[in-house]
Design a protein around this ligand. Structure first.
Ligand code: 5GP
Ligand code: MN
Length: 338
């Protein structure tokens, strides 16, 4: 049992900061996922119902796969509308930072925040948050930032400002961050929270279909190709590697989000305990890792790939060629053998 997540000091601090704020900006990490979008919109909606002028500002655009989410058009993406993003941040008197632990995860929006004197509240579930926040509510043992947000709403006495849509946002992130309640969800309170969300009449099956079982033809083709032609197994090491270079991505008309979920697939093979996926993005090799059980890919990503994340889902990036990135992966295999 985890029990309450807010101690007296953080409860009081949040109460005071929110009471005194009129304009509130809520943000999340680059390439927002279901948890980032769900948690920011849920908190935004509750704050609006409390009479605040709250807005979500993201470092870049929400991927198309999440455009079904209601109110996603209300989000201001820094890369799409820099002037509006800057003006919202400069006018706000409180910033909520959701689902990230370091400034580097919000890209150029980080500088904009550092220029603002507004206090910052972190609500998150990543390890080792940077020392940048006035209030830190960080619980790596919890399923998702959406769960952290739900608990904060509840413990602050704001549940009466929740409605069906808020419950659906929270459900979205809890579901996507746990692989539909497969991992990171082995404690009873997850299901107590679900019971409460279901009491708002949320459309569970529809959210699942839209968020986890909807793919474009290009997306299915690129993933089929990657598995058929580009997956290497290292059975002795319990490892799998998938690579997609620029030419291949272009050939399949790749759009952001099209490789979502691909990195999980090789874990279905008996004996494969961890997977690395290398994708050649415009100026970086994006690294995505997944593992099962005690094998920590977060350690690997912070040691070898300039990144981090969670024990079983982590990522990073490499500024080099694809061949050099593959060499780096092989170095990890060698180091683990030793
Ligand atoms: P994904 O593989 O879905 O892109 O990312 C999985 C998780 O790894 C994310 O939730 C995030 O915690 C972490 N992650 C991904 N990319 C990076 C990165 O470049 N740096 C850090 N520190 N963490 C990352
Ligand atoms: Mn998350």
């Amino acid at each position: 049992m985890i029990g309450q997540i807010l101690n007296k000091a953080s409860y009081n601090a949040i109460r005071q900061l929110v009471d005194n704020a009129r304009n509130i900006v809520i943000t999340c990490h680059l390439s927002p996922d279901g948890d980032a979008v769900g948690s920011t919109l849920a908190l935004c909606r509750v704050l609006r119902h409390m009479g605040k002028y709250a807005t979500v500002v993201t470092p870049d655009m929400v991927p198309r796969s999440l455009h079904f989410v209601p109110m996603v058009k209300d989000i201001t993406a820094f890369t799409m509308n820099e002037a509006r993003a800057r003006s919202l941040v400069s006018q706000c008197d409180l910033i909520f930072c959701l689902d990230f632990n370091s400034l580097h995860r919000i890209d150029r929006l980080g500088e904009v925040f550092m220029q603002s004197s507004a206090p910052r509240i972190l609500l998150d579930h990543h390890l080792n948050p940077e020392n940048l926040f006035d209030v830190v509510v960080s619980y790596p043992e919890l399923s998702s930032t959406c769960e952290v947000v739900y608990r904060v709403i509840n413990e602050m006495g704001w549940r009466r400002f929740m409605d069906k849509l808020t419950a659906q946002y929270i459900y979205l992130g809890m579901m996507t961050d746990t692989g539909n309640f497969t991992y990171s969800s082995d404690y009873p309170e997850v299901y107590e929270i679900l019971a409460d969300l279901v009491s708002f009449n949320i459309d569970k099956q529809r959210i699942y279909n839209l968020a986890m079982n909807t793919f474009s033809a290009d997306c299915l083709r690129i993933q089929g190709y990657a598995l058929a032609e580009k997956m290497q197994l290292f059975i002795e090491d319990g490892a799998a590697l998938i690579t997609l270079n620029r030419e291949e991505l272009d050939r399949f008309n790749y759009k952001r989000g099209d490789t979502e979920g691909l990195v999980n697939k090789p874990l279905a093979i008996p004996g494969i305990q961890w997977v690395v996926f290398l994708r050649e993005d415009p100026d970086v090799i994006k690294v995505s890792c997944r593992s099962e059980g005690d094998f920590s890919v977060s350690d690997i990503c912070s040691r070898y790939f300039h990144g981090g994340g969670h024990k079983n889902a982590a990522g990073g990036e490499l500024h080099c060629t694809m061949d050099e990135a593959v060499d780096e992966f092989k170095k990890v295999l060698d180091d683990i053998k030793r």
